[in-house]
Design a protein around this ligand. Structure first.
Ligand SMILES: [Zn+2]
Ligand SMILES: [Zn+2]
Length: 243
């Protein structure tokens, strides 16, 4: 199956530290194992900002960031079996790996011994530099494209592809569930997801925040306890608290 390259609209940083500007990207033709995704939403991760600023080392510009991608499958490659046109899908931080090293074979593609290909700014298997989701479309190996249930709004799903998995992964790894206690330090971008996800998994959730300013939000999101680390008096049985 041969398909044409796709010229798509995007935003890219033309050089280190420069504001993003409208541009056109050429996405590769959809290969046998690829899908073309019509991107509907993309989250803004602080990593995007660090990367385009050059905070994490020299980049190849122009650079289109974005690794919290949510969209709809628009085309599938001839060998793709798990996805079809119209499916709601996402793309997170990585889009390719060697597929045959020990780590890849065990499902740890993020530790690929031959180099994980991250969603933007990395050299892909075909030698091109990956470009992220601040764009209308992306072509990605279907093995790196999880489905999103139709019951979940795509706009709300997008941040789960980076911030969400960052929190979900350790909670799942450590067997979070009923009878377990989870403490979340800070109710920020990741912290508030930690509260929601740990609560949904059935754990007893405590937020340790610098102050009680966001206590109401924390309790509303599912925290059972909320203490201020700057004020020992709010922490029961704290040795430093006054009597
Ligand atoms: Zn991120
Ligand atoms: Zn590998």
């Amino acid at each position: 199956m041969t398909t044409a390259l796709h010229n798509v609209k995007a935003y890219a940083a033309p050089a280190e530290g420069q504001p993003l500007t409208p541009t056109t990207l050429t996405r590769r033709a959809v290969g046998p194992h690829d899908v073309l995704i019509d991107i509907k939403y993309v989250g803004i991760c602080h990593s995007d900002i660090h990367t385009v600023r050059g905070d994490w080392g020299l980049q190849t510009y122009p650079l289109t960031p974005g690794h919290e991608i949510a969209g709809i499958v628009a085309q599938v490659g001839s060998e793709v079996t798990g996805l079809k046109v119209g499916d709601h899908v996402g793309v997170g931080c990585m889009v390719n790996s060697c597929g045959h090293c020990t780590n890849c074979r065990h499902g740890d593609e993020q530790y690929c011994l031959n180099g994980t290909v991250f969603t933007y700014g990395y050299s892909d298997r075909d030698g091109t530099i990956t470009q992220g989701g601040y764009s209308t479309h992306v072509v990605v190996d279907a093995g790196f494209v999880p489905t999103i249930p139709d019951t979940l709004d795509l706009a709300e799903a997008a941040p789960l592809l980076c911030a969400g998995i960052t929190i979900y992964s350790p909670l799942a790894h450590w067997g979070t569930g009923p009878g377990k206690k989870v403490a979340v330090v800070g109710l920020g971008g990741l912290g508030h997801m930690g509260v929601k996800i740990a609560h949904a998994m059935g754990a007893e959730v405590t937020v340790l925040s610098e102050s009680l300013k966001e206590q109401e939000d924390g309790l509303r999101l599912g925290a059972d306890h909320y203490y201020a680390t700057s004020d020992p008096d709010t922490i029961p049985n704290c040795p430093a608290s006054s009597t």
